[in-house]
Design a protein around this ligand. Structure first.
Ligand code: 6PG
Length: 237
């Protein structure tokens, strides 16, 4: 059953019974992508999603065996909060996973969002430009169809790699986000959508509404693979 139309041809989509099943499938996909990248290019450049959806997959990765010394971690967006604030996307990923595995600290590229959006975006633009193409970008989707911190009715310069957001409808209002250009500069994307709270946005997408997440996927080039993992609560409400 084709779920979301229109979708780029290079999309593989799965509806799974539960958010736990999505987490299992996501962790397995990430580990396979890492193994392939490391065996062919000697490194795995991974962009993490923020929010709560990916945390179950991150906790599974914390218990996995992998060549962590070849992993390079980037963040799709960050909230402009103090570095140790537990609501920071980087802190949530560290608590769920990164603190438990031996990825060299210098290979975990935190967005210094506490320095203010504009300064952090300028600095992280240089990090992203030097890193692309990524091997895998993990994305979530908000209840309004946003992804990373790219929100509906927010426009950013096409050529930008990283932008400051000052009026995000999802708190906190100040954020730093990779742009569509940066998030699609990757060999693969995995999008995780779970829970009945995402059903409305899923239906709007299904009905062809141009949500940020839909626009981003439509911008991926044909060389990128898209893995779309949804649970039945998001699809059926
Ligand atoms: C954030 C994330 C955001 C998230 C979606 C989904 O800072 O919250 O970057 O884009 O991926 O809002 O959030 P949940 O996974 O918590 O539903």
């Amino acid at each position: 059953m084709k779920l979301l139309e229109p979708l780029p041809a290079h999309t593989h989509q799965q509806i799974l019974d539960s958010s736990e099943a999505v987490a299992q499938a996501a962790a397995a996909y990430i580990l396979r992508a890492a193994q392939h990248a490391i065996s062919t290019r000697g490194a795995f450049k991974l962009v993490l999603a923020g929010g709560s959806t990916p945390l179950a997959a991150y906790r599974l990765l914390a218990r996995a065996e992998a060549n962590w010394q070849h992993w390079h971690i980037f963040f799709g967006d960050e909230r402009c909060l103090a570095p140790e604030d537990t609501e920071r996307n980087s802190q949530m990923a560290r608590a769920a996973w990164l603190n438990d595995v031996a990825i060299p600290p210098e290979q975990i590229h935190t967005i210094e969002a506490q320095r203010g959006g504009e300064n952090a975006a300028a600095d992280y633009s240089r990090v992203v430009e030097a890193a692309v193409p990524f091997d895998l970008v993990i994305l979530g989707m908000g209840e309004d169809g946003h992804t990373a911190s790219l929100f509906p009715a927010h426009h950013h310069p096409d050529e930008a790699w990283v932008v400051a957001v000052t009026d995000a409808p999802k708190p906190p209002p100040e954020r730093v986000s990779l742009t569509t250009r940066a998030l699609t500069s990757t060999r693969a994307l995995i999008l995780l959508i779970t829970g009945s709270a995402k059903h409305t946005a899923f239906m709007q997408w299904q009905q062809g509404e141009s949500l940020p997440v839909a626009r981003l996927l439509a911008m991926t080039d044909s060389h990128s693979h898209i893995e779309l993992l949804l649970d039945s609560a998001a699809v059926h409400g």
